[in-house]
Design a protein. Structure first.
Length: 557
């Protein structure tokens, strides 16, 4: 007997014996639900035998037998009612625990988010893929069978999603493509660092989503609840079902603001800001202009995050402003990094360290932000240096720029498409799913070991488009992704260290060194970031014009 905890109120188990009941009572269980009909197997104890042992141990019972594979809607309702009526915690059992887990999933479907249910059941070792539509539908069996169907369905209308749709249309204009995304606005997120540095106006980084969707592509304005890759289906909120021949998954990342205690309620006030949100980046610049003395903190959480250089970009641009207006000497600048290095590709570190010295910034490695008290202007960090016990420290601040922890979206993490860490599991060269041949992924949500940047998505979109069209034409994928990503590190207003690299930290410069040496701060890289890349994004990348992004090809084997 090995009870698996599903929630605070319920654990499930495979078949128990009368001898197990006393141990269950001793473990704190106050009630038992039997979901296995008597007589399923010759060696199976009857419910009456379990009940007798339970009465002797002072444990209440309920008999709700379910035929294997036939959990009805009313059975889930009865199970939910039993959980309300019986004293908890409760143990439910059947032959393997799957029926009991299914009943709980359907019973709580109207109260809990689908992703939370799937996460709890997955953690206990039970796969609820077979009833995911019913979970999305509030625990009830859907009656609508009128599914929409497309050649290609793309999940996410961010940089990756729109770029890959445009690249697919450029290659095969007759493809019937749908993009699924509930957002009204499309953002040029790489511009938010510049907004926080007083260079761009926030409004220039936002356009209506409808104006960005490529011509001839269907836009379904709905959120995804779950995937059914075995049935070539995506389940939307409200239990609508969209079917596909091929699927592209690129919904971006989830910014986990509430993982840091006290952060959400103080964002945008009390000196706490972040360039990772459109509405907060202008507040960053407001704080920078207003700070004349005190302590400024810039935090970076554990990897992975989108644009790994963004937390220190905020520090450099802020410090440059203070340096130029003569207040830097009165400001204690601290970079609080959960990691152990300034930047992951060593070739760019010397140039960055010179700016750290110029701005007299203190580098605090292995410092992970865990809590904030905005009104008190205090922050707490867990310091986890190698071979040293974790220590929690308190740091006062006058201004703090926060980069939040980041994960794959919940509906991805709990899906059959995810690896053990929750990211979409792809072949890092072709970006095709390792298990489902008609699924591809790109952008921030997949598990290839590359930097999560818009520049990476710009390079990945043509590769996925090329390989998907190869697949339609009956060929093996021929386009190869080398891990390219770019991080323009804004070390001062007017100069950038343009980090361009691929898998394993290999340098992959787009331009010859005599034109632009990315390992040094240059004016040319600043002009690229400020004046060239925004129009390239809006007018080329999102329209399928693959400027400096033609896929590298290999011969099909």
């Amino acid at each position: 007997m090995d009870p698996k905890k599903i929630s605070a109120e319920l654990s499930v188990a495979a078949q128990i014996t009368p001898e197990d009941v006393a141990a269950l009572a001793q473990a704190g269980f106050r009630s038992i639900i039997c979901n296995r009909p008597d007589g399923e197997a010759a060696d199976q104890p009857t419910f009456d035998e379990i009940d007798a042992a339970a009465q002797a141990a002072g444990v209440q019972t309920r008999y709700l037998p379910i035929v294997s594979g036939k959990v009805r809607d009313e059975d889930a309702t009865d199970f939910g009612q039993a959980l309300l009526e019986l004293p908890g915690p409760t143990l439910a059992y059947c032959r393997t625990g799957t029926r009991s887990t299914t009943l709980w999933s359907l019973a709580v479907a109207g109260e809990k988010p689908t992703s939370e249910i799937l996460e709890a059941t997955k953690a206990a070792g039970y796969d609820m893929a077979g009833v995911v539509r019913r979970i999305v539908n509030g625990g009830k069996t859907p009656t609508d069978t009128g599914d929409a169907k497309f050649d290609v369905v793309i999940v996410g209308a961010g940089a990756a999603g729109i770029a890959v749709a445009a690249s697919l249309k450029a290659r095969k204009s007759d493809l019937d493509i749908a993009i699924l995304d509930p957002a009204d606005i499309h953002y040029y997120q790489p511009g938010w660092t510049m907004v926080g540095g007083g260079v761009f106006d926030a409004q220039t980084t936002a356009k209506t989503m409808g104006s960005r969707i490529p011509k001839g592509v269907h836009w379904i304005k709905s959120a995804v609840a779950a995937f059914e890759p075995a049935d070539n289906a995506v389940i939307l909120d409200g239990c609508r079902v969209v079917k596909y021949d091929r699927l592209v998954v690129c919904p971006g990342l989830k910014l986990n603001w509430n993982k840091i205690e006290g952060l959400e309620e103080t964002l945008g006030k009390n000196g706490v800001t972040s360039n990772y949100r459109y509405d907060l980046a202008p507040y960053t610049w407001e704080l920078v202009k207003g700070l004349k003395s005190g302590r400024a903190l810039f935090t970076q959480p554990p990897m992975p995050i989108k644009c790994a250089g963004a937390p220190q970009k905020a520090m450099y641009l802020s410090s440059d402003h203070w340096f130029k207006n003569g207040t830097l000497q009165n400001i204690d600048v601290n970079f609080m990094n959960a990691g152990g290095v300034l930047f992951g590709v060593k070739d760019y570190v010397p140039a960055l360290e010179k700016y750290v010295q110029k701005y007299d910034a203190t580098l605090n490695f292995f410092h992970n932000l865990v809590a904030v008290d905005g009104p008190a202007k205090k922050a707490w960090f867990d310091v986890a240096k190698p071979d040293t016990p974790v220590e929690r420290i308190e740091v006062e601040f006058d201004m703090m720029h926060v980069c939040p922890p980041q994960t794959a979206p919940d509906f991805v993490r709990v899906s059959p498409l995810a690896d053990a860490a929750g990211w979409v599991d792809v072949d890092q060269a072709t970006l095709r799913h390792t298990q489902y041949d008609n699924v591809w992924s790109l952008g921030d949500v997949m598990n290839a070991p590359n930097a999560k940047t818009a520049a990476a998505a710009r390079m990945q979109a043509p590769i996925v488009a090329e390989n998907l069209v190869d697949d339609i034409n009956g060929k093996s994928p021929t386009a190869i992704y080398n891990g390219y990503g770019s991080c323009p590190l804004t070390v001062e207003r007017g100069k950038i260290v343009l980090a361009e690299f691929g898998y394993g930290g290999a340098l992959l410069p787009s331009l010859p060194k005599w034109m632009l040496d990315g390992t040094k701060p240059t004016r040319a890289a600043w002009i690229l970031k400020e004046q060239i890349l925004p129009p390239v994004y809006w007018k080329a990348m999102l329209r399928g014009k693959e400027w400096l992004a033609k896929p590298e090809k290999v011969s099909a084997s």
